[in-house]
Design a protein around this ligand. Structure first.
Ligand code: SF4
Ligand code: SF4
Length: 414
C-alpha cells in the first residue's frame, strides 16, 4: 500500500477518478506531512496503519487525483474515516481535511460514492422515520434484538446492540407549543430530530421541561424528518446541505426567536456550520448564556462526561455543559481521559467498518468507566448508541443519559 506515496510511481494513468483533469484537490498540498495529527486519529491509534491516518488519507486522495491509485484501491482507507475531525484543530497548516474529503467524494462517480442511500432514504420522510422508530422499539422491547444480534453480519449485530436500553418515543411532536412558566425570559424553536425523537424521547421530554421551568417558550414547528447531518457526515454533502436548508427554513418561521435549539451535538454542529448566522445552539450552551433560574438540588452520583467529537472539534457546547453540571451539588463529574479519540460511531462507519466501530467503542467505554461512574453522559445520540452497544451484555449496565437529563434531575421539584 505504500507505493502510492511515491509521486513518481504512477500506476495507471486512466484509472484516477478525475481522469485527465488532475490537480482538482489543490488543498491536499497544504499538508506538510509533519504527523502532528496522527495521535489524534482514532483509526490510526487503533490500527497503527499510515493509510488509516489523516496524513495517509490525504496522500491517498492525492494519489487518486494524480492517477497513481484507483478509487477502488483508495476505498478502504477513506471509507474507514470517522469524519470526527479530531485531526483539524491540531494541524499547524490548517489543512481543510473535511473539505478535501467532501470534494473528493463529490467527484466520485455514483457507483463509487459512499453507499448510504438506503438510510438517507429512510430518514428523508417523517412517516418512514416513524416506521423505523417503531421497528427499533419493537425489536428492543420484544427481546428480538438480542436474539437476532447473535447472528451475522457484524454490521447488523452492531446496529441491534446499539438500540437504546429503553427506546422510547417523545411525547412531543411537530406543531407542539409549550408556553414558559411564569415570566417569559426567551422563546426558542426546537428541532425534534429523527433518532432523538423516536428512540431518545426522554431527552426531548426532559429538555422541554427544563426550558419551560426556566421561563422559555418552546415552539416545535412542522419540520422535516432529518437535518442532513447523517448524509453529510457519511460523505453525501449535497443531500445533507439541501436537508439542512429545509430544516432551518422550517425552524425559523417565528420572527421573535432567541435561538434554534438542537439537542444532538452532531446535528447542532452540522446546522451551525451550514449557517452560522441562524443562531443554532446546543441547549446547555443556551441555558448557560441565559443563566439558570432557581436552586440546583443535590445529585449524589459519579457521572462520566463524554465529549462528542463534533462538539469538541466543530461546535462549542462542551464548556457550557461542563460548567452547568459542575454547579450541581454532590455530582462528581469525571472527564474522558481519551477525549480526543472518537468512540467509533462517526459518519456511517459502523456499517462499513463494524469491527473498527466495535473496537473503538469498547476502548471508549473502558476509558469512561475507569473511575466506576454511576452514569455515562453524552450529548450525541450516535455516541450514546455506541456506548450502549459497547457495554454489551454487562451484568450491570449503566444508564446513558444526555447531560440535559442530569440537569433536570437537579432542577425538577421533588
Ligand atoms: S498535522 Fe496537518 S500538516 Fe501535519 S501531517 Fe497532519 S494534516 Fe498534514
Ligand atoms: S476525521 Fe477523524 S478518523 Fe478521519 S482522519 Fe481525521 S481524525 Fe482520523
Amino acid at each position: 500500500m505504500t507505493e502510492f506515496l511515491r509521486p513518481e510511481g504512477r500506476t495507471d494513468q486512466s484509472a484516477g477518478i478525475l481522469g485527465e483533469a488532475r490537480g482538482l484537490l489543490p488543498e491536499v498540498l497544504d499538508c506538510m506531512h509533519c504527523g502532528l495529527c496522527l495521535e489524534q486519529c482514532a483509526t490510526y491509534r487503533e490500527s497503527g496503519a499510515e493509510d488509516r491516518s489523516p496524513r495517509g488519507r490525504l496522500f491517498v486522495m492525492r494519489a487518486v487525483d494524480e492517477g497513481r491509485l484507483t478509487a477502488q484501491q483508495a476505498e478502504p482507507s477513506l471509507s474507514s474515516c470517522l469524519q470526527c475531525r479530531a485531526c483539524e484543530p491540531v494541524c499547524p497548516s490548517k489543512v481543510n481535511y473535511h473539505g478535501i474529503l467532501e470534494q473528493y467524494f463529490a467527484k466520485l462517480p455514483p457507483q463509487l460514492a459512499p453507499q448510504t442511500s438506503p438510510i438517507v432514504w429512510w430518514l428523508s420522510t417523517t412517516t418512514r422515520v416513524h416506521q423505523l422508530g417503531r421497528v427499533g422499539r419493537w425489536l428492543r422491547q420484544s427481546g428480538l434484538a438480542k436474539v437476532l444480534g447473535a447472528f451475522p453480519p457484524r454490521a447488523m449485530q452492531q446496529g441491534l446492540a446499539a438500540l437504546p436500553q429503553s427506546a422510547t418515543v417523545s411525547r412531543w411532536s411537530s406543531q407542539s407549543h409549550v408556553p414558559a412558566m411564569g415570566h417569559e425570559r426567551a422563546r426558542v424553536s426546537l428541532m425534534l430530530g429523527c433518532l432523538e425523537r423516536e428512540w431518545f424521547g426522554p431527552v426531548l421530554d426532559d429538555l422541554v421541561d427544563v426550558l419551560k421551568w426556566q421561563g422559555v417558550t418552546v415552539r416545535m414547528p412542522k419540520q422535516p424528518a432529518c437535518c442532513g447531518a447523517f448524509a453529510g457526515h457519511a460523505g453525501d454533502a449535497m443531500t445533507g446541505r439541501q436537508q439542512a436548508q429545509d430544516m432551518l427554513q422550517a425552524l425559523q418561521q417565528d420572527d421573535h426567536l432567541d435561538a434554534i435549539l438542537v439537542s444532538s451535538a452532531g446535528c447542532h454542529a452540522w446546522l451551525h456550520e451550514f449557517d452560522p448566522a441562524a443562531r443554532v445552539m446546543e441547549p446547555m450552551a443556551f441555558l448557560a448564556t441565559l443563566g439558570l433560574r432557581g436552586a440546583l438540588q443535590a445529585v449524589p452520583q459519579i457521572a462520566a462526561l463524554q465529549e462528542a467529537c463534533h462538539q469538541r472539534n466543530v461546535g462549542d457546547g462542551f464548556e457550557a455543559t461542563r460548567t452547568l453540571l459542575q454547579a450541581v451539588p454532590e455530582l462528581t463529574l469525571v472527564a474522558d481521559p481519551e477525549a480526543e479519540l472518537c468512540c467509533g460511531a462517526g459518519g456511517a462507519t459502523f456499517l462499513r467498518e463494524p469491527e473498527q466501530a466495535q473496537d473503538l467503542g469498547r476502548r471508549k467505554h473502558q476509558a469512561l468507566c475507569q473511575d466506576n461512574p454511576d452514569v455515562l453522559l453524552s450529548s450525541n445520540p450516535g455516541c450514546r448508541m455506541q456506548l450502549q452497544a459497547s457495554q454489551g451484555s454487562s451484568p450491570k449496565p449503566l444508564a446513558i443519559l444526555h447531560p440535559i437529563q442530569m440537569l433536570w434531575r437537579a432542577l425538577k421539584p421533588r
